[in-house]
Design a protein around this ligand. Structure first.
Ligand SMILES: NC(=O)c1ccc[n+]([C@@H]2O[C@H](COP(=O)([O-])OP(=O)(O)OC[C@H]3O[C@@H](n4cnc5c(N)ncnc54)[C@H](O)[C@@H]3O)[C@@H](O)[C@H]2O)c1
Length: 420
């Protein structure tokens, strides 16, 4: 029986702890987090993650899971997995301070022979050039005093089909022995584990996955803008192209990109290419340009719709429907709805929102309360903007009760519907 410590109990670390605790192979699974609030809640059976219920937290506690903020607990582990945030600084550069502080805690507390695995999304070379030297400090040696690997997380919040155990996992070690040990660790609870030589390929594979989506979404966003100018329905275009059984994968336009994978992660790759090779990663930079411009484009289209009614944006009631970054979840991180809302307020619109998953929404530092009576909100709006097509919404009913609805998700049709 072994012990595992998982550093960071967020969207990635908690499902990982759950998957591992459910195997029954562990003496204990410790979820280490620097947030006392997170730790106390988890130990009291309260989840802060959409995909994990309170009952599921209690279930894993019964199987040997515990949350902790005590660094000395790291010494009890055979394996330590790092799932801490990797955001960007305001300048757009990778912020690895969370990874550094987690690795420092591990270096200060780990026992000899510990396997350390980094899962946080980061630029190629982080495991070898940043994590390894920190663990080697004080004379420790790889393959003797510790083992090291990178295994990118692939959590997809809200995905009911693919969870931690049935999503294939890539594993690359800093040495052959490290790879072997990391493979043995993940095969305990993950159905398909894919081995690679070296950590850089594993790090880059994750960035390729996210960049691929980033670029293809940008292509569709640009397509949507040109199709609008040309009087072509882009949604119908995608439907038709999707009938080809090979060589085409459908991506869709939208009001911008949110969450972590698309707006943040590809920048880790372009940053490293620029830093190491001195050249821009043109595809990523262009995609970022297009995708981050979408909220502004959406606001322009709202303005046009009001103009058609001889109304100015200033003073008009604009109702945003769905402000989370994905459908059917409560996560607001990097949601493009935030920028749409800010731009509308900046231009003097009487902006309100409704979201069945998020009752509050912080805009320009002020916590706004969502509309509670949807029918009344629809009746009062000069323009309704569908930003997120949550399943909880009866879209036909919403459209029938709206004067004009701007559908950024291509779900509706009708005389009062304008599609992106
Ligand atoms: N959530 C996703 O859908 C998603 C998708 C792709 C990639 N990722 C990547 O996964 C990694 C983790 O993201 P997340 O979504 O789980 O973040 P999160 O913000 O949900 O959770 C991170 C947790 O780590 C804790 N933490 C911060 N510093 C710490 C430290 N030094 N030691 C221990 N705990 C610490 C925080 O308190 C927080 O609870 C990031 O690299 C992110 O890019 C996440």
């Amino acid at each position: 029986m072994v012990n595992t410590v998982i550093m960071g109990q967020g969207y990635v670390g908690l499902p990982l702890a759950q998957g591992l605790a459910n195997t029954g192979t562990q003496k204990s699974v410790l979820g280490f987090d620097v947030s006392e609030r997170v730790v106390n809640n988890l130990n009291n059976g309260i989840s802060h993650i959409d995909d994990i219920s309170n009952a599921e937290v209690s279930e894993i506690i019964a199987k040997g899971y515990r949350a902790t903020c005590t660094p000395a607990d790291i010494a009890t582990a055979d394996t330590v997995v790092i799932c801490v945030p990797t955001p960007l600084y305001e300048t757009g550069e990778p912020d690895l301070s969370y990874v550094e502080s987690a690795v420092q805690l591990i270096a200060d507390n780990m026992s000899p022979g510990t396997l350390v695995v980094l899962e946080s999304t980061t630029y190629p070379g982080t495991t070898e050039d940043l994590v390894r030297p920190m663990l080697e400090k004080g004379g420790r040696e790889l393959d003797k005093d510790f083992y090291l690997a990178f295994s990118p997380e692939r959590i997809d919040p809200g995905n009911k089909q693919y969870k931690i155990t049935n999503t294939p996992k890539i594993v690359g070690g800093s040495s052959a022995e490290s790879t072997k040990r990391a493979l043995a660790f993940y095969t305990q609870f993950i159905e398909t584990v894919i081995e690679t030589v070296g950590t850089r390929e594993a790090e880059t594979a994750k960035l390729l996955e996210n960049t691929y989506r980033h670029v293809n979404i940008a292509l569709m966003n640009e397509m949507a803008m040109f199709c609008h100018e040309l009087g072509i329905d882009v949604w119908e275009v995608v439907r038709l192209a999707s009938s080809k059984p090979y060589g085409f994968q459908a991506f869709y336009p939208g009001p911008g990109v949110g969450g972590h994978c698309i707006p943040v992660d590809p920048n880790y790759l372009s940053y490293e290419v620029k830093r190491r090779l001195g050249v821009p990663f043109r595809f990523i930079e262009m995609a970022t340009d297009i995708n981050t411009g979408m909220p502004n484009y959406v606001v322009g289209r709202i303005q046009d719709l009001l103009n058609d009614q001889s109304k100015a944006l200033k003073g008009s009631r604009v109702l945003l429907l769905g402000v989370t970054y994905k459908p059917d979840i409560a996560d607001l991180r990097e949601s493009p709805a935030l920028e749409v809302a800010e731009l509308l307020l900046d231009k003097g619109a009487d902006m309100v929102f409704h979201d069945p998953h998020a009752t509050q929404f912080r805009v320009h530092g002020e916590m706004l309360q969502g509309q509670t009576d949807l029918d009344a909100a629809l009746a009062a709006a000069d323009v309704v903007v569908l930003l997120q097509a949550h399943k909880a919404y009866d879209l036909e009913d919403i459209a029938s009760k709206s004067k004009v609805i701007f559908d950024t998700r291509g779900k509706l049709s009708g005389a009062n519907v304008e599609r992106l």
